[in-house]
Design a protein. Structure first.
Length: 696
């Protein structure tokens, strides 16, 4: 008979931390353990974690955080969100890297108070419990100093001797001071031992002196704080060569500078310029992207480089680098940043083609391959070969391009087609530049697969284009923006919403209906804290496509110089200016994380809200949009008042910030009707009538 096989024993050492009871998991914000999550100056970043403990004891936890320039750590207590989930907010006050940890410990004092309250309610003898409580207070006193130590020790003596004195008036009351504050007036001090034991002041005092040997600390998490403009911005795209007031000549950078009052009147704080470099002459595109240019055709600004220079030159017809400096300075005086386009590609006659032919991929016949996005062909553009044997030299050259323009005062970049370049390049490129200039902002123009867009954001792109332009139905809008604002994506992906771009004239906008342009404007400007328009095409409601089924503009500015009549009576300029004025005046619209959708019994109407994240700020906005550009739509709206930060209202006054009309609403259901031939939206500021803002 075979002997029974006994498996070998495995000697796993007993962990040194075996007596520590809390477990901390599921911390947010969190990206991947390598890249930092995103924040911006002015944010109050919500930090959440699951903090578990065996048994029935309560747990106390907090968030400790520090900025890279700080000497010490600050902390904020975490509050119970239910189901062992805890949360707190970190205030972000300056640009740079923040670190934070979640700390959890058994809360023996609060557990004791909870159990004591239960036993007192049941009429049980609590003499032993009071002795236990006195011991806990003496232990806390031993960890304290000064006034806190004296208050804890004297309270411990009262509790020890308090078996028969719980409800008798106290002869003396310990002087329990709030942190960094005066002691409460005598009339506000506890009058009996029972009220003293269960007072908030005593709980806070004991909580300031926890037993450090029982605490568990999470791994260090990271946040990178960008400037406030990374969180809240309004972009206006403008082709400089179409900025001339004289239709007989193309525009210049000096003409753009003269348009700054117009851009400021519209309320935009980022002026984005497509590439301003010399344009290739070889294989130059003609009107509407025709393969052959005619004499005088200016070509596409994205076909960068010629015998006049490359990525660090300004097209001679636009002006000089000094003209750009002048524009940047004049814009800054109006609170406007000038954003440049980083398009890492080259025209066939770019200096790089002859100086670094190894940076370009060739066909088997030896010819350099032009760019393609089948069926589109870009004969005027050569893509760069990031698989080149000299890829390190290419990386350094591209870094030098960005550094050159940063030296000219540029701190905001829109990056063209980043998804066609290696991920590792962007991680290195952005990390290097932000280590030198942490205030930089990079907008990713990547209309590609969702996970690719998210990966670019994870790698460091500050903001990202989205699929907003094609989200037209209520269910599509709600599901997409819930994904962007209420899932882990929000920890690193900042949406920038554009209803149009020089490449995108959606089928929706091709209808040319003013109601469509108005609804897409209001949706972009209020669903997102950052948005942009390509103008003046948008405010002048340009809507003619190059061909049926195409999203390309007819007479596209990408291939010809346009002259725009900015004073046209049908311009949406005044409405755009009013919307941007509302955005600046209402803190609720300057963040994305409070976006919530509300019920309405009509699938052609979408209703959503935002509210301020600032403590004590009751600002709340409700937006109602008729998604039908032709027909009047109506329905009953059910507001979730908790999401608006309002409790126990006697009524609401809804102030339409676009028309200045006011409507009295009931707290439950309210009727709306929107006619697209008038104004197809309500942009309400919520004025609570006899209501009280809920604590945040």
């Amino acid at each position: 008979m075979d002997s029974v096989h006994t498996p070998p024993r495995v000697a796993i050492p007993i962990p040194q931390t075996g007596r520590l009871r809390p477990v901390i998991t599921a911390i947010r914000p969190w990206v991947d353990g390598v890249r930092p999550a995103k924040a911006a100056v002015g944010d109050r970043v919500p930090v959440e974690a699951d903090v578990l403990i065996n048994g029935h004891d309560l747990v106390a936890c907090d968030v400790a955080y520090t900025h890279e320039d700080d000497q010490g750590w600050a902390s904020v207590p975490m509050h119970d969100l239910g189901n062992d989930r805890f949360g707190a907010e970190i205030p972000i006050t300056k640009i740079g890297l923040y670190r934070f940890v979640v700390r959890g410990r058994p809360d023996t004092f609060e557990t004791w108070r909870r159990d004591l309250r239960a036993r007192l309610s049941a009429g049980q003898d609590v003499s032993t419990d009071l002795l236990i409580g006195a011991t806990l207070l003496w232990d806390a006193a031993a960890r304290a100093t000064g006034a806190d130590r004296r208050a804890l020790a004297s309270t411990a003596e009262l509790v020890r001797d308090g078996t028969d004195r719980l409800d008798r008036p106290l002869d003396t009351v310990p002087s329990i001071r709030p942190r960094n504050g005066p002691k409460p007036p005598a009339r506000d001090r506890p009058a009996t031992l029972r009220s003293l034991v269960f007072s908030d002041e005593l709980g806070h005092l004991v909580g300031r002196h926890p037993d450090p040997t029982t605490a568990v600390v999470s791994e260090i998490q990271r946040l990178f704080a960008d400037p406030a403009r990374a969180r809240f911005s309004a972009w206006y795209e403008l082709f400089p060569r179409s900025a001339s007031p004289d239709p007989r000549r193309p525009g210049t950078l000096a003409d753009v500078e003269r348009l700054l009052p117009y851009v400021a009147r519209l309320g935009f704080d980022v002026l984005y310029l497509p590439p301003i470099h010399p344009i290739g002459k070889v294989n130059r595109k003609g009107h509407d992207g025709r393969p052959l240019a005619e004499p005088g055709d200016p070509g596409s600004p994205w076909a960068i480089g010629s015998d006049e220079g490359g990525h660090t030159a300004v097209h001679p017809e636009l002006g000089t680098v000094d003209d750009l400096r002048s524009l940047v300075a004049a814009a800054a005086e109006r609170g406007i940043d000038v954003a440049m386009d980083l398009a890492f590609q080259a025209a066939p006659d770019h200096p790089w083609v002859s100086e670094h032919p190894e940076w370009f991929r060739r066909d088997p016949n030896g010819e350099i391959r032009h760019a393609e996005n089948p069926p589109k062909r870009y004969e005027d553009i050569y893509p760069l070969d990031f698989d080149s044997a000299n890829w390190p030299g290419l990386w350094e050259e591209l870094l030098g391009v960005a550094r050159f323009w940063i030296d000219q005062g540029i701190s905001v970049f829109r990056v063209d087609n980043p998804h066609t370049k290696p991920f590792r390049f962007w991680g290195w490129f952005i990390d290097t530049l932000k280590a030198e200039h942490p205030e930089l902002i990079f907008l990713s123009e990547a209309f590609t697969r969702p996970k690719v867009m998210y990966e670019l954001a994870r790698l460091g792109f500050t903001q990202s284009y989205t699929y907003f332009a094609w989200r037209n139905e209520k269910w599509d809008i709600e599901s997409y923006f819930n994904e962007l604002t209420r899932t882990e994506v929000a920890d690193y992906f900042r949406p920038n919403l554009w209803p149009n771009t020089p490449d995108i004239l959606t089928e929706t906008l091709q209808s040319g209906r003013p109601s469509t342009f108005v609804t897409r404007l209001v949706l972009a400007a209020t669903l997102g804290a950052s948005y942009g328009i390509y103008g003046p095409a948008f405010e002048l409601q340009e809507h003619v496509a190059r061909a049926p089924g195409s999203e390309e503009y007819g007479r596209s500015e990408k291939y010809e110089v346009r002259h725009w009549d900015l004073a046209r009576p049908d311009s949406l300029a005044d409405l755009i200016g009013r919307v941007n004025e509302i955005r600046r005046a209402h803190s609720a619209l300057q963040h994305d994380r409070t976006l919530r959708f509300h019920r309405v019994d009509n699938e052609r109407i979408v209703v959503y809200s935002k509210r301020s994240i600032e403590p004590g700020d009751a600002d709340a906005i409700v937006v109602v949009v008729n998604l039908d550009p032709v027909h009047t739509q109506s329905g009953w709206v059910e507001l979730d008042l908790k999401e608006l930060g309002i409790e126990r209202p006697e009524g609401l006054v809804m102030h339409d910030l676009l028309t200045d009309a006011r409507y009295r609403w009931e707290p439950t259901r309210n009727f709306v009707m929107l006619d697209p031939t008038g104004l197809p939206v309500h942009l309400f500021g919520v004025e609570a009538d006899a209501a009280r803002a809920a604590s945040r």
